[in-house]
Structure formats: structure tokens, C-alpha cells
Design a protein around this ligand. Structure first.
Ligand code: FE2
Length: 324
């Protein structure tokens, strides 16, 4: 029913500063803009936007969303969420630019999750015929990530969250990390056959750790570190290095508001019916988090105020169920 992660919405406190960073430094392309929000895509993406930046009083994660396989899968998901007694509401077609109707729910743990099917794609015909979105390298600037890859969040009740993501929504775990008693502490979950669409970890409260955009390869990842530093953007928090879990090379950066973005190169394709690879806490600490590279800074392990933003908005308007 669910295909893949399709968008993320972050709160920013200064849209002009955010646009300079995301469009000039990172090389995102603007799909739509208003005086309250920017809708952006990475240069290789088919969907017209995957990242919404919304002006707000503090930064953080506002929502993330998934594309489903059919329009009527949205109705099935609404019925499912009713049966789970989870808050939901409908957004009408066009309420988000380039999107059909959208089902917005509050997942166990507090994160706002959208489901959508109809997403406009960029034009793929030029004067000489078919023309894929990634074949505009001559117009690119900045870091130029390729596409949205995953989101990484924390929840206080991981068992409830895994019951939702794996049990109700049929996400498959590619890898898990367990404690000494065998209880899962972190899970990398997917509907697409890559390592994960969403990583969920146990936290003191619900929260947001990072959103990841893929880079074409490790050379592009190192090139991103060069470009950001050459341009005077002192935004690198951690990396480059390689995670043992997911096999991905990483560079973590912070946007002007402190939202954490992972530039991500690597991972793998593996069928969803395969059992998860299990890492013990010792294995996670010795090789899982970091296969090679420097140890993470304290800031990476404790993201501070940004962590709790997901619970704030737009949850208050979600108790009422509105027909599409
Ligand atoms: Fe990540």
C-alpha cells in the first residue's frame, strides 16, 4: 500500500536565510514559494517537491509523508487510522501545491505523517524529446543532492511505534539494534527496497534527529564538504564517515536554524521479506554507528530543543475528521 517516503516539512525562522542555504549552498530547486513557505526539490527528483520549509517561530520537524500506490489506498488508510483511534484529517487536492488530496495523521509518539498518491512530476520532455530531470547538470549549483532518502526520528514508546509502523503499516525492518535484554532500541524501516525510509529510535521524548538526502556517490559527498567550506558555510556538524548499519557514507550538516540534514551516499537494495540484521548494543557502539571516521560530537547525540518540535504543530486541528 505504501510506496516510499515522499516529502518532509521543516520549520524555519527566516525564509530568506533558508532559501540562501537550501537553494544557493545545497542546490535545491524551487518548485513553489509564498511569503510563508518554500517547496523545494533536489535536482534529480521526479516529484515537483520533496522538501517544504515553513516559516515558524522555532525550527524542527513539522511533518513527513509517504506516497501510496493507489488513490483508494488513502481511504483504506483513513479506515485503518479510525480503527486505531489515531487523530486524522484530510487536506483537499491542491491545498499543498502539486499534490492531490492528502491524509494527515498523528502517529503513535506524536509525529505528524501525511499520506498521498497524486503528486505532480516535473516535465520530462524537452525540444529534442524525452529529458530526465537529472540530465540538467549544466544548470546545477551548490551541493546538488540527488533525492530525498529517509527521515530519522525518536519516540518515547518504541514498542507502540513499531506496532504502528511494522504491524499496522507493514514496514519491514532492514536492521535493528537491541539492548542486552533483546529489546529493540533502534529500527531501520522501509517500504522501498533500500535500507530505510524511516529510522526510529528510543528517546526520552518524541523528536526529530535528521532528514537525509542522497548524494550520487562518495566523491560528491566529499565535494559537498569542500563546497560548503569553500563558500564559508560553517555548517558541518559530523563526518564524513561511514555507518556500519546501512553501509552509508555520511556528512551531517545543520541549516541556519539548526535543523539537521544528512548528506548520504551508499546503502543497498534488499527484498522486504528478508529478516532484519540484528546489532547488539556493543556491536552498534563499536561498528554499527561508525564503521570508520571520527567519534560523533555530543551535539549529534543530543539534538536539544529541535528534538521536541514534532509534537507541536499541526496536531491541534487533527481531532476533527473532515471528508475529502
Ligand atoms: Fe540517516
Amino acid at each position: 500500500m505504501i510506496n516510499r517516503l515522499s516529502h518532509v516539512e521543516l520549520a524555519v525562522t527566516d525564509l530568506d536565510a533558508a532559501k540562501r542555504f537550501y537553494c544557493e549552498a545545497l542546490g535545491f530547486l524551487t518548485s513553489t514559494e509564498s511569503d510563508r513557505a518554500l517547496w523545494l526539490r533536489a535536482p534529480d527528483e521526479f516529484d515537483v517537491w520533496s522538501l517544504k520549509l515553513t516559516l515558524d517561530h522555532e525550527p524542527g520537524l513539522l511533518a513527513f509523508g509517504f506516497r501510496v500506490d493507489r488513490e483508494d489506498s488513502l481511504d483504506a488508510l483513513a479506515a485503518l487510522h479510525h480503527s486505531l483511534a489515531l487523530p486524522l484529517r484530510w487536506l483537499a487536492a491542491g491545498e499543498e501545491p502539486g499534490r492531490g488530496r492528502m491524509l494527515r495523521v498523528r502517529a503513535p509518539g506524536g509525529h505528524v505523517v501525511n499520506f498521498e498518491h497524486a503528486i505532480d512530476e516535473v516535465s520530462m520532455r524537452g525540444p529534442n524529446g524525452p529529458h530526465l530531470p537529472m540530465r540538467h547538470t549544466h544548470r546545477r549549483g551548490g551541493v546538488a543532492p540527488t533525492r530525498l532518502d529517509h527521515v530519522n526520528v525518536r519516540v518515547a514508546d518504541l514498542e507502540a511505534a513499531l506496532g504502528y509502523w511494522q504491524g499496522a503499516l507493514a514496514f519491514a525492518a532492514s536492521e535493528i539494534q537491541v539492548d542486552a535484554d533483546g529489546h529493540t532500541q533502534r529500527a531501520w524501516l522501509r517500504r522501498a527496497p533500500f535500507s530505510h525510509d524511516i529510522a526510529v529510535g528510543r528517546g526520552r521524548t518524541a523528536g526529530f534527529h535528521h532528514v537525509a538526502y542522497a548524494m550520487r556517490d562518495s566523491g560528491a559527498l566529499i565535494g559537498a564538504a569542500d563546497l560548503l567550506s569553500d563558500a564559508g558555510w560553517a555548517v558541518i556538524e559530523y563526518g564524513p564517515g561511514r555507518h556500519g548499519i546501512t553501509d552509508a557514507q555520511f556528512l551531517y550538516i545543520r541549516d541556519p536554524d539548526g535543523n539537521r540534514i544528512e548528506l548520504y551516499a551508499g546503502d543497498y537494495v534488499r527484498d522486504l521479506d528478508r529478516p532484519p540484521l540484528t546489532w547488539t548494543i556493543d556491536e552498534y557502539q563499536s561498528r554499527g554507528l561508525l564503521w570508520w571516521g571520527q567519534a560523533p560530537p555530543v551535539s549529534f547525540l543530543d539534538a536539544g530543543a529541535v528534538l521536541d518540535r514534532a509534537l507541536v504543530s499541526p496536531a491541534p486541528d487533527m481531532e476533527e475528521v473532515v471528508s475529502p
